[in-house]
Write a protein that binds this ligand. Structure first.
Ligand code: 48F
Length: 259
Protein backbone atom coordinates (compact mmCIF):
# COMPACT_ATOMS: atom_id res chain seq x y z
CA UNK A 1 0.00 0.00 0.00
CA UNK A 2 3.02 2.30 0.18
CA UNK A 3 3.47 2.40 -3.58
CA UNK A 4 3.06 5.86 -5.14
CA UNK A 5 1.09 6.44 -8.34
CA UNK A 6 3.04 7.61 -11.37
CA UNK A 7 2.30 11.22 -12.33
CA UNK A 8 -0.53 11.92 -14.83
CA UNK A 9 -2.53 15.06 -15.45
CA UNK A 10 -6.21 15.52 -16.32
CA UNK A 11 -5.32 15.99 -19.99
CA UNK A 12 -3.40 12.69 -19.97
CA UNK A 13 -6.56 10.94 -18.81
CA UNK A 14 -8.69 12.64 -21.48
CA UNK A 15 -6.19 11.86 -24.26
CA UNK A 16 -5.93 8.21 -23.22
CA UNK A 17 -9.72 7.82 -23.44
CA UNK A 18 -10.07 9.66 -26.75
CA UNK A 19 -7.20 7.76 -28.38
CA UNK A 20 -8.47 4.37 -27.28
CA UNK A 21 -12.08 5.09 -28.22
CA UNK A 22 -11.02 6.62 -31.56
CA UNK A 23 -8.91 3.55 -32.32
CA UNK A 24 -11.90 1.26 -31.72
CA UNK A 25 -14.22 3.37 -33.91
CA UNK A 26 -11.61 3.50 -36.65
CA UNK A 27 -11.01 -0.26 -36.58
CA UNK A 28 -14.68 -1.18 -36.28
CA UNK A 29 -16.04 1.18 -38.91
CA UNK A 30 -15.93 -2.11 -40.84
CA UNK A 31 -16.39 -5.51 -39.23
CA UNK A 32 -17.49 -9.03 -40.08
CA UNK A 33 -20.59 -8.98 -37.89
CA UNK A 34 -22.42 -6.20 -36.06
CA UNK A 35 -24.66 -7.53 -33.32
CA UNK A 36 -27.36 -5.07 -32.33
CA UNK A 37 -28.30 -5.68 -28.69
CA UNK A 38 -26.11 -7.04 -25.91
CA UNK A 39 -28.61 -9.27 -24.11
CA UNK A 40 -28.06 -13.01 -23.55
CA UNK A 41 -28.64 -14.04 -27.18
CA UNK A 42 -26.47 -11.25 -28.61
CA UNK A 43 -23.63 -11.87 -26.16
CA UNK A 44 -23.68 -15.60 -26.79
CA UNK A 45 -23.57 -15.05 -30.56
CA UNK A 46 -20.77 -12.49 -30.12
CA UNK A 47 -18.68 -14.81 -28.00
CA UNK A 48 -19.04 -17.81 -30.32
CA UNK A 49 -18.23 -15.72 -33.40
CA UNK A 50 -15.18 -14.21 -31.73
CA UNK A 51 -13.98 -17.73 -30.89
CA UNK A 52 -14.16 -18.40 -34.63
CA UNK A 53 -11.89 -15.37 -35.15
CA UNK A 54 -14.60 -13.17 -36.61
CA UNK A 55 -14.40 -9.42 -36.06
CA UNK A 56 -17.47 -8.70 -33.93
CA UNK A 57 -18.94 -5.42 -32.73
CA UNK A 58 -21.83 -5.27 -30.25
CA UNK A 59 -23.95 -2.12 -30.42
CA UNK A 60 -25.84 -1.55 -27.16
CA UNK A 61 -28.09 1.38 -26.33
CA UNK A 62 -27.63 1.08 -22.56
CA UNK A 63 -24.50 1.84 -20.56
CA UNK A 64 -24.49 -1.82 -19.48
CA UNK A 65 -24.63 -5.10 -21.35
CA UNK A 66 -26.80 -8.07 -20.41
CA UNK A 67 -30.38 -7.05 -21.26
CA UNK A 68 -32.87 -9.14 -19.31
CA UNK A 69 -30.23 -11.57 -18.08
CA UNK A 70 -29.33 -9.61 -14.93
CA UNK A 71 -32.64 -10.32 -13.26
CA UNK A 72 -34.96 -13.25 -13.73
CA UNK A 73 -38.60 -12.32 -13.57
CA UNK A 74 -40.56 -9.97 -11.36
CA UNK A 75 -37.38 -8.24 -10.10
CA UNK A 76 -36.09 -11.46 -8.52
CA UNK A 77 -32.48 -11.99 -9.46
CA UNK A 78 -32.67 -15.73 -10.11
CA UNK A 79 -32.45 -16.87 -13.73
CA UNK A 80 -33.73 -20.27 -14.84
CA UNK A 81 -32.37 -22.51 -17.57
CA UNK A 82 -33.91 -25.69 -18.94
CA UNK A 83 -31.79 -28.64 -19.87
CA UNK A 84 -29.91 -29.10 -22.18
CA UNK A 85 -28.90 -25.40 -22.04
CA UNK A 86 -27.30 -25.90 -18.61
CA UNK A 87 -24.32 -27.24 -20.57
CA UNK A 88 -23.65 -23.62 -21.58
CA UNK A 89 -23.61 -22.71 -17.87
CA UNK A 90 -20.98 -25.42 -17.39
CA UNK A 91 -18.98 -24.08 -20.31
CA UNK A 92 -19.04 -20.53 -18.93
CA UNK A 93 -18.34 -21.78 -15.40
CA UNK A 94 -21.55 -20.27 -14.05
CA UNK A 95 -22.52 -21.92 -10.76
CA UNK A 96 -26.09 -23.23 -10.65
CA UNK A 97 -28.45 -25.43 -8.67
CA UNK A 98 -30.95 -28.00 -9.82
CA UNK A 99 -34.55 -27.15 -8.86
CA UNK A 100 -36.83 -29.97 -9.92
CA UNK A 101 -36.80 -29.91 -13.73
CA UNK A 102 -34.93 -26.60 -14.03
CA UNK A 103 -31.53 -25.14 -13.23
CA UNK A 104 -31.25 -21.83 -11.39
CA UNK A 105 -28.38 -19.36 -11.19
CA UNK A 106 -27.79 -15.96 -9.63
CA UNK A 107 -28.61 -13.47 -12.41
CA UNK A 108 -25.72 -11.04 -11.80
CA UNK A 109 -23.23 -13.92 -11.64
CA UNK A 110 -24.54 -15.58 -14.81
CA UNK A 111 -24.73 -12.28 -16.69
CA UNK A 112 -21.29 -11.02 -15.69
CA UNK A 113 -19.70 -14.37 -16.58
CA UNK A 114 -21.29 -14.25 -20.05
CA UNK A 115 -20.14 -10.66 -20.61
CA UNK A 116 -16.68 -11.54 -19.40
CA UNK A 117 -16.50 -14.64 -21.63
CA UNK A 118 -17.44 -12.57 -24.69
CA UNK A 119 -14.91 -9.85 -23.82
CA UNK A 120 -12.19 -12.45 -23.20
CA UNK A 121 -12.68 -13.69 -26.76
CA UNK A 122 -12.07 -10.19 -28.11
CA UNK A 123 -15.45 -8.68 -28.99
CA UNK A 124 -15.74 -4.90 -29.20
CA UNK A 125 -18.62 -2.93 -27.73
CA UNK A 126 -20.20 0.44 -28.37
CA UNK A 127 -22.29 1.38 -25.33
CA UNK A 128 -24.91 4.13 -25.16
CA UNK A 129 -25.27 3.65 -28.89
CA UNK A 130 -28.68 3.24 -30.41
CA UNK A 131 -29.36 1.40 -33.63
CA UNK A 132 -31.13 3.91 -35.86
CA UNK A 133 -31.39 2.24 -39.26
CA UNK A 134 -29.78 -0.24 -41.64
CA UNK A 135 -27.29 0.49 -44.42
CA UNK A 136 -28.91 -0.71 -47.66
CA UNK A 137 -27.02 -2.13 -50.64
CA UNK A 138 -28.03 -3.59 -54.01
CA UNK A 139 -31.28 -5.61 -54.02
CA UNK A 140 -32.01 -4.68 -50.43
CA UNK A 141 -28.95 -6.39 -48.97
CA UNK A 142 -28.09 -4.97 -45.55
CA UNK A 143 -24.46 -3.87 -45.33
CA UNK A 144 -24.24 -2.32 -41.88
CA UNK A 145 -26.01 -0.09 -39.39
CA UNK A 146 -26.73 3.58 -38.83
CA UNK A 147 -26.13 4.60 -35.21
CA UNK A 148 -26.44 7.55 -32.91
CA UNK A 149 -25.71 8.25 -29.25
CA UNK A 150 -28.58 7.05 -27.06
CA UNK A 151 -28.98 10.51 -25.43
CA UNK A 152 -29.29 12.09 -28.86
CA UNK A 153 -31.97 9.59 -29.89
CA UNK A 154 -33.77 10.08 -26.59
CA UNK A 155 -34.23 13.84 -26.97
CA UNK A 156 -36.84 15.54 -29.16
CA UNK A 157 -35.65 16.16 -32.72
CA UNK A 158 -36.03 19.94 -32.39
CA UNK A 159 -33.43 19.95 -29.59
CA UNK A 160 -30.91 17.53 -31.07
CA UNK A 161 -30.84 17.67 -34.81
CA UNK A 162 -27.69 15.54 -34.96
CA UNK A 163 -27.02 13.31 -37.93
CA UNK A 164 -26.07 9.72 -37.16
CA UNK A 165 -23.01 7.87 -38.48
CA UNK A 166 -22.81 4.47 -40.18
CA UNK A 167 -20.77 1.34 -39.65
CA UNK A 168 -20.30 -1.31 -42.33
CA UNK A 169 -20.39 -5.05 -41.80
CA UNK A 170 -20.78 -8.22 -43.82
CA UNK A 171 -23.65 -9.32 -41.59
CA UNK A 172 -25.96 -7.78 -39.01
CA UNK A 173 -27.55 -9.81 -36.21
CA UNK A 174 -30.78 -8.52 -34.68
CA UNK A 175 -30.51 -9.37 -30.97
CA UNK A 176 -32.69 -6.52 -29.72
CA UNK A 177 -35.19 -8.72 -27.88
CA UNK A 178 -38.95 -8.27 -28.18
CA UNK A 179 -38.51 -4.97 -30.02
CA UNK A 180 -36.72 -6.54 -32.99
CA UNK A 181 -35.50 -3.07 -33.99
CA UNK A 182 -33.43 -4.09 -37.01
CA UNK A 183 -36.16 -6.24 -38.46
CA UNK A 184 -38.76 -3.52 -37.85
CA UNK A 185 -36.71 -1.19 -40.06
CA UNK A 186 -36.83 -3.81 -42.79
CA UNK A 187 -40.57 -4.10 -42.32
CA UNK A 188 -40.92 -0.33 -42.80
CA UNK A 189 -39.34 -0.88 -46.21
CA UNK A 190 -41.54 -3.88 -47.13
CA UNK A 191 -38.61 -6.30 -47.04
CA UNK A 192 -40.48 -8.59 -44.63
CA UNK A 193 -43.46 -8.71 -42.30
CA UNK A 194 -43.38 -9.37 -38.56
CA UNK A 195 -46.13 -11.27 -36.78
CA UNK A 196 -45.60 -9.89 -33.25
CA UNK A 197 -44.78 -12.27 -30.40
CA UNK A 198 -47.47 -14.61 -29.14
CA UNK A 199 -48.86 -15.41 -25.70
CA UNK A 200 -46.93 -17.12 -22.90
CA UNK A 201 -46.28 -20.82 -23.49
CA UNK A 202 -42.97 -21.92 -22.02
CA UNK A 203 -43.23 -25.55 -23.02
CA UNK A 204 -43.36 -24.71 -26.74
CA UNK A 205 -41.51 -21.43 -27.03
CA UNK A 206 -37.91 -22.37 -26.37
CA UNK A 207 -37.58 -25.05 -29.05
CA UNK A 208 -39.43 -22.84 -31.54
CA UNK A 209 -37.12 -19.86 -30.98
CA UNK A 210 -34.01 -21.93 -31.57
CA UNK A 211 -35.62 -23.65 -34.56
CA UNK A 212 -36.56 -20.32 -36.21
CA UNK A 213 -33.23 -18.61 -35.47
CA UNK A 214 -31.52 -17.78 -38.74
CA UNK A 215 -31.32 -15.56 -41.78
CA UNK A 216 -34.36 -13.31 -42.16
CA UNK A 217 -33.18 -11.04 -44.97
CA UNK A 218 -30.08 -10.58 -47.12
CA UNK A 219 -27.30 -9.80 -44.65
CA UNK A 220 -29.50 -10.12 -41.55
CA UNK A 221 -29.84 -12.90 -38.98
CA UNK A 222 -32.27 -12.81 -36.05
CA UNK A 223 -31.66 -14.32 -32.62
CA UNK A 224 -33.32 -14.40 -29.19
CA UNK A 225 -36.75 -12.87 -28.58
CA UNK A 226 -36.48 -10.91 -31.84
CA UNK A 227 -37.16 -14.28 -33.49
CA UNK A 228 -40.45 -14.59 -31.56
CA UNK A 229 -41.52 -11.13 -32.69
CA UNK A 230 -40.81 -11.94 -36.33
CA UNK A 231 -42.55 -15.30 -36.45
CA UNK A 232 -45.32 -14.78 -33.87
CA UNK A 233 -43.88 -17.43 -31.54
CA UNK A 234 -45.06 -17.76 -27.94
CA UNK A 235 -43.17 -15.87 -25.27
CA UNK A 236 -41.38 -17.68 -22.46
CA UNK A 237 -40.82 -15.24 -19.63
CA UNK A 238 -37.81 -15.51 -17.34
CA UNK A 239 -36.14 -18.63 -18.66
CA UNK A 240 -32.99 -18.18 -20.67
CA UNK A 241 -31.79 -21.48 -22.13
CA UNK A 242 -33.12 -20.77 -25.59
CA UNK A 243 -31.58 -17.29 -25.58
CA UNK A 244 -28.16 -18.89 -25.11
CA UNK A 245 -28.76 -21.65 -27.66
CA UNK A 246 -30.36 -19.26 -30.16
CA UNK A 247 -27.27 -17.03 -29.90
CA UNK A 248 -25.10 -20.06 -30.46
CA UNK A 249 -27.10 -21.06 -33.54
CA UNK A 250 -26.98 -17.49 -34.92
CA UNK A 251 -23.18 -17.59 -34.61
CA UNK A 252 -22.98 -20.91 -36.44
CA UNK A 253 -25.16 -19.61 -39.28
CA UNK A 254 -23.22 -16.34 -39.49
CA UNK A 255 -19.91 -18.20 -39.60
CA UNK A 256 -21.20 -20.41 -42.41
CA UNK A 257 -22.51 -17.40 -44.36
CA UNK A 258 -19.18 -15.62 -44.00
CA UNK A 259 -17.45 -18.68 -45.45
O1 48F B 1 -34.11 -8.02 -24.18
P1 48F B 1 -32.83 -8.77 -24.24
O2 48F B 1 -32.35 -9.45 -23.03
O3 48F B 1 -32.96 -9.74 -25.53
P2 48F B 1 -32.67 -11.30 -25.76
O4 48F B 1 -31.22 -11.55 -25.88
O5 48F B 1 -33.18 -12.01 -24.42
C1 48F B 1 -34.51 -11.91 -23.99
C2 48F B 1 -34.57 -12.23 -22.51
O6 48F B 1 -33.80 -11.29 -21.78
C3 48F B 1 -36.00 -12.23 -21.92
C4 48F B 1 -36.92 -13.29 -22.42
C5 48F B 1 -36.52 -14.70 -22.61
O7 48F B 1 -35.67 -15.20 -21.69
O8 48F B 1 -38.06 -13.00 -22.68
O9 48F B 1 -36.61 -10.97 -22.22
O10 48F B 1 -33.56 -11.69 -26.88
O11 48F B 1 -31.67 -7.79 -24.73
C6 48F B 1 -31.85 -6.93 -25.83
C7 48F B 1 -30.75 -5.88 -25.77
O12 48F B 1 -30.84 -5.08 -26.96
C8 48F B 1 -30.70 -3.73 -26.59
C9 48F B 1 -31.33 -3.62 -25.21
O13 48F B 1 -30.87 -2.49 -24.49
C10 48F B 1 -30.89 -4.93 -24.58
O14 48F B 1 -29.65 -4.84 -23.93
N1 48F B 1 -31.38 -2.92 -27.61
C11 48F B 1 -32.71 -2.90 -27.88
N2 48F B 1 -32.97 -2.02 -28.86
C12 48F B 1 -31.78 -1.47 -29.22
C13 48F B 1 -30.77 -2.04 -28.42
C14 48F B 1 -31.40 -0.46 -30.17
N3 48F B 1 -32.28 0.15 -30.96
N4 48F B 1 -30.09 -0.14 -30.27
C15 48F B 1 -29.17 -0.75 -29.46
N5 48F B 1 -29.48 -1.68 -28.55
Amino acid sequence: MDEIFEKSSESDVTRAIVKQFGKVLDEYAESDVIIVGGGPSGLMAARDLAIKNRKVLVVERNNYLGGGFWLGGYLMNTVTVRPPAHKVLDELEIPYEKRDKLYTALGPHACSKLISAACDEGIQILNMTEFDDVVFREQGRVGGVVINWTPVSALPRQITCVDPVSLESKLVIDATGHEACVVKKLEERDVLETAGFGGMWVEESEDLVVEHTGKVAEGVIATGMAVSTIFGLPRMGPTFGSMLLSGRKAAEIADEMLG
